[in-house]
Design a binder for this molecule. Sequence first.
Ligand SMILES: [Mg+2]
Length: 410
Amino acid sequence: MPVIDLVELYYASADLPAPFEPAWVPGSRRMKTGFYLIRIATDDGVEGWSGFSASGKERAGIGDGIADAFLGTDPTDIDLVHERIKILANGGLRHWWIEPAFWDVKGKLAGLPVYKLLGGTDDRIWLYASSGEVRGIEARREEAEARFAEGFNVMKMRVHDWDEAVDIAQIQDLADHMKGRMRIAVDCNQAFRMTLHGNAPIWDLGRAKRFADAAAEAGLFWVEEPLYMEWYDDMAALAAYSRVPIAGGELHTSGYPELRYMAQKRCYDIFQPDAMWSGGIKQVLQVGEFCRSQGLGFSPHSWGNGLGFLINAHIMAASGFAKEYPFEYPYCPPGWTLEARDAILARPSMHENGWFSMPQEPGLGIEIDRKALDKQGVCFFRATRKERHWMPETLDGSAMRREISREGAQ
Ligand SMILES: [Mg+2]
């Protein structure tokens, strides 16, 4: 039985070609994207990768815990991986983002892409263009036209205004402008409130109902996260009331148990958990199976960097929902381009007319550009069963002890 004999952790950042102002963090303007990466390897050299979005050096101290939890363990025992991640979580750290690295190893050992290992048969998945910024009406029309010209037939826009009339005018205008050509969904980003850089509006059930009425009249595909993520009763009341499907679920870090409860309560019509936050590949796929049994929709969230997109794509391809619901393709030029989103990968995950062809190599198909990682990143922790290093030398001996830029925020 192969066992885990190496854990490496990296921080990397990449410049964005233009500023990016995420709708969900009012007042923030990002010039860089940041990544945490984990590389694990078995004693016979099979490696697994995963990665997460980084705000800064907030995960600098996690190496010892991960090394203690996983060195010497069987990489294919995903149940054990989940148990150990929960043990780490009791210390306040819920690192679901590392779980896909074990699936990467497991797929490679089986000689199969992970979605096929999980029983998936959808080699191509339907995408929607997921925009990340609040924009004015004219700029929004131009953006939708550009995505439509590239072959997308669904786009998700964002609203985040204090004035609900502004939000409603935005969705009405874009749905009207793209009528008969492209379906529009909207993300209200109300499930969590980010006030680090500026104040943010918070909706109550009344505002969410009025917005859902307007969305239904405009013929929107779905309304995403119109209420705070813990207001289960209000969410269920809204989903029962609304004539347009209500979607959400990306940040429920308790994973399947909480999302199953929410599905039983019918808090959403379409569940959108993300492997990186809400239970790894295993639990997010369980959510999809439960949604199927309950007649609910499912499409994992994937906003973030290109690793999150690829990892969640395997779940979509394995879920059986890939032709019923489009899957999120984070794409918001001129700031959030494919090259910036996938900066540490050997090649961007390109769409083809709004569809994505699943990688066919064994594992997750994450190919790290080691030159880019050396240039833009730092390995801040390295451990085997015999030794352990903070800020280690690189494998070729060159020093990697440089300070990570404070502005490396994503
Ligand atoms: Mg969302």
